[in-house]
Design a binder for this molecule. Structure first.
Ligand code: SAH
Ligand code: SF4
Length: 372
């Protein structure tokens, strides 16, 4: 379904598109740069705060653009480790943006960076059997402006925690496109959003610190490999053979491993950087040592890093995470085979950090209160 808001979000404009629009409407071109500064450096919430703009220009902006395309609903915090922001869109849909502050412990690796996880769609069309986001299909794509605005909320949240003098800086280290939705199924909007986040007039966030995760849309992976923006790529593999992968990820029927893996190799070679293979460990589904060995061979061959994620249970779904011993045994097979591997520790389970779960619960409780 398509959502056509009355006014487009200003956060979806690039410096070029805004300059063109301003000129078309008789406003000086240099105003575009000033507007970007108010948006991305000062992060104002009202047009009236843009005090160096003329009144007619502010009126035109008010009539032309939405300044706050998403509204903050709640922040579900977990012991100062994870913040989960629930945001409402113009059509009342809900999305999630997560701030992860915890150190990430892995097999022989420690990493204490602050990572932001953004959503790209309301729901998801890919229908992975284990995932809360895919349970009810795709509701709609997010616009570029709605994607960018998630980071503005994060910056505001962080600005409140940091001294005023540093408020213009972006205070997170990594950005992962791993929230609700399949980013490559909303290709143009996510690429535009990432271009805006990366631009010096935008948030100025380094492309090498951005990782996009995909369930494996092969033609789009190839397209991404040719983009000038050098972002990192993560593949949701979750099965080391077609037989296992197909059982839990319908996308594997369209693009089986024989098509997916060469596309990943091509991306990796073009970018000269390691790709990450994500592998959720689900008890009795994909956690056998045979799968571990096959995954080791794939990763070794691709020179890829493997991120093992113990499954987060989803209400209404039968899947479970394997025991810690089993998780560690699986990781050991990779580690001993010379593959770089991290085993993600439980994080945010208590606040429904697995993608799509908080939103699903809130929508369900809304439905319940409506039907009562
Ligand atoms: N659609 C993209 C990005 C969003 S999903 C993709 O699939 O890659 C981000 C990651 O969360 C994916 O690796 C996905 O498989 C994983 N995930 C989904 N549900 C999960 C769950 N219940 N527990 C653990 N990880 C989950
Ligand atoms: Fe969509 Fe990713 Fe969830 Fe699969 S895992 S349903 S692709 S969000």
């Amino acid at each position: 379904m398509k959502f056509a808001p009355e006014k487009p979000a200003i956060y979806g404009e690039t410096l070029d598109t805004l300059t063109t629009l301003l000129k078309e409407h008789g406003h000086p071109a240099f105003r575009a740069q000033q507007i970007m500064e108010w948006l991305y450096k000062k992060r104002v919430r009202t047009w009236d705060e843009m005090t160096n703009l003329s009144r007619p220009l502010r009126t035109w902006l008010t009539e032309t653009f939405e300044l706050e395309p998403t509204t903050f609903v709640l922040n579900k915090q977990s012991e100062d480790v994870t913040d989960k922001l629930l945001l409402e869109l113009g059509d009342k849909s809900l999305i999630e943006t997560v701030i992860i502050r915890a150190p990430q412990l892995g097999v022989g690796q420690e990493n204490s960076r602050k990572t932001i996880c953004i959503s790209t769609q309301v729901g998801c069309a890919m229908g992975c059997k284990f995932c809360a986001s895919g349970l009810e299909g795709l509701k709609r794509n997010l616009s570029a402006g709605e994607i960018v605005h998630q980071l503005i909320h994060v910056c505001r949240q962080e600005d409140a925690r940091t001294p005023r003098a540093h408020a213009e800086l972006v205070s997170f280290d990594n950005l992962v496109v791993m929230g609700m939705g399949e980013p490559l199924h909303n290709y143009d909007a996510i690429m535009r959003a990432l271009t805006i986040l990366n631009a010096s007039w935008g948030l100025g966030f380094g492309a090498r610190r951005i990782t996009l995760s995909t369930s494996g849309l092969v033609p789009k992976i190839r397209q991404l490999a040719d983009e000038p923006l050098g972002i990192r790529l993560a593949i949701s593999l979750h099965g080391a053979t077609d037989e296992v992968r197909e059982q839990i990820m319908p996308v594997n029927k369209k693009w089986p491993l024989a098509e997916l893996l060469p596309a990943v190799r091509e991306f990796s070679e073009k970018h000269g950087r390691m790709v990450t293979l994500e592998f959720i460990l689900i008890e009795e589904i994909n956690d056998s040592l045979d799968q571990a060995e096959k995954l080791r061979d794939i990763a070794y061959d691709l020179h890829a890093h493997v991120n093992l994620i113990p499954y987060n249970t989803v209400e209404g779904l039968p899947w479970k995470r394997p025991s810690l011993t089993r998780q560690e045994k699986f990781a050991q097979v990779l580690d001993r085979g010379g593959v770089s591997v991290t085993l993600r520790r439980e994080k945010g389970h208590a606040i429904d950090a697995a993608c799509g779960q908080l939103r699903l619960k809130t929508e369900k409780s809304r439905e319940t209160s409506v039907s009562n």
